[in-house]
Design a protein around this ligand. Structure first.
Ligand code: TYC
Length: 109
């Protein structure tokens, strides 16, 4: 323990390296959830996925589906690890059950 009058950086020659700790205020990391384009999944199915699992309007969903279709992929949301993992699992399961090859992945932001 340092004495009350021996503060880090008080000019007495101590550097404070061992006692000055960084306050633990880091935010948890965020994860991007992405949809990937393919040649077989129907456009309307992708629009439905975006409405159902990402709470987007029909217009927003249609626009984002077209972005994926044209660019190959797009970020559809940014979430905590647990929420991102759940969204990916929900989309992959829904696509599999409908026998569409739609791919949904996550990546640390
Ligand atoms: N490319 C698909 C088609 O022409 C549509 C599509 C869009 C598929 C987005 C996947 O993530 C996707 N039917």
């Amino acid at each position: 323990m340092m004495a009350d009058d021996d503060k880090p950086g008080d000019g007495d020659g101590d550097t404070g390296v061992l006692t000055e700790t960084k306050p633990k205020t880091d935010r948890p990391p965020l994860y991007k959830v992405m949809l990937l384009n393919d040649d077989y999944t129907p456009m309307e199915f992708v629009v439905h996925v975006l409405e159902r699992f990402f709470g987007m309007s029909h217009a927003q969903s249609f626009e984002l589906m077209l972005t994926v279709h044209k660019k190959g992929l797009a970020v559809v949301g940014v979430f905590s690890f647990e929420v991102a993992e759940t969204k990916v699992a929900q989309v992959m399961d829904f696509a599999r059950r409908h026998q569409h090859p739609l791919q949904c992945t996550m990546e640390k932001e």
